[in-house]
Design a protein around this ligand. Structure first.
Ligand SMILES: [Zn+2]
Length: 322
């Protein structure tokens, strides 16, 4: 793909295809005539760096032409090249303020997360798989220490360059979308992906309480649906030209999945862990955190819609249908 003109924007997609369910890692150079934004920074791999640099050069840009790196959310596949870029050129990095402790891998913040997941997995009845995940997370803190973003991160306000900032939490608490009204385009990170539904990861808020991530994600999708857009530029997969229909499908799918879980509860599966095992079978183990986020999110959906209620039994949350 070469470039796309929309309003007074010229958009240069940087898309690395991968043989993986995400299909590709996408970031975008956006030139509005006054500023050149890099929206997201892909993965930290040699081939992504090469693709990024060759895209810059092919269209006559240099690293120092970048006026800012705009981060949609803190996940590693969206900030991979940030350190490498700022080692070579002093480019301001912008992200949601909630992204900052995450990108810095602030030790106190990381410990709070560990405590949160430990308690969560106990309450959801996860036992062994929960303990294994906590061990994994503890290891990951050590292993990924060096990926902390070193640059000063400037918290996003209402606008940046030619974009309005739209808060779209759910997939992650810090997720934002960059909206250009005149060009009718939205750079949404992972709020909406063409070929897969975006996982609403379970996360704690600042006080360590669980965020109702899936419900947030649904609100964010509704927010996007209300925007008059020609294109949504996503973090993965194809560029989206029919966002309203796609969002409708995603929201419908939440209801469908939730009703399947309700059947399992009616058939006697008492805990989120048991429901997860029965629903996901094999991938329960291989994708444990993702699976638990999905189940817990859909149980929240059932609970707010008064289809199920919960009760603590010996420190474990049990779900009952009404
Ligand atoms: Zn992503």
């Amino acid at each position: 793909m070469e470039f796309i003109k929309a309003g007074n924007l010229t958009i240069y997609p940087i898309i690395l295809d991968v043989d993986h369910k995400l299909k590709s890692f996408n970031s975008y150079l956006v030139d509005d005539g006054h500023s050149v934004s890099l929206i997201d920074a892909g993965i930290n791999k040699e081939e992504y760096w090469d693709l990024f640099i060759s895209t810059l050069h092919r269209f006559g840009f240099d690293l120092s032409d970048l006026t800012g790196i705009l981060v949609t959310h803190h996940h590693f596949d969206h900030v991979g090249l940030v350190n490498r870029i700022i080692d070579r050129a002093s480019i301001p990095v912008y992200a949601h303020e909630k992204a900052i402790p995450r990108l810095r891998r602030d030790p106190e913040f990381m410990q709070q997360r560990i405590d949160f997941y430990k308690k969560l997995y106990e309450e959801m009845g996860c036992e062994e798989a929960g303990h294994a995940q906590i061990d994994y997370l503890l290891n990951a803190i050590e292993k990924h220490k060096h990926t902390a973003i070193k640059a000063e991160i400037i918290p996003l306000k209402k606008e940046i360059h030619c974009f309005k900032i739209i808060e779209v939490p759910g997939h992650s608490p810090d997720q934002v979308a960059f909206y250009n009204e005149e060009a009718k385009v939205l750079f949404g990170g992972d709020v909406l992906i063409d070929h897969i539904s975006s996982n609403a990861f379970v996360e704690p808020n600042e006080s360590g309480e669980r965020i109702l991530s899936l419900l947030q994600q649904m609100d964010s999708l509704n927010k996007c649906s209300a925007l008059p857009l020609d294109y949504v530029f996503s973090g993965h997969g194809e560029i989206i030209a029919n966002h309203k229909d796609l969002i409708e499908t995603r929201l419908k799918n939440v209801e469908i999945k939730a009703s399947k879980l309700l059947t399992l509860i009616k058939d006697g599966a008492p805990t989120a862990n048991e429901i997860a095992k029965q629903y996901y079978k094999k991938i329960y183990e291989s994708q444990f955190p993702l699976v638990m986020s999905e189940i817990i999110g859909h149980l929240d959906f059932l609970e707010v819609n008064r289809k199920v209620r919960t009760e603590m039994v010996d420190g474990v949350s049990h779900y009952y249908s009404y």
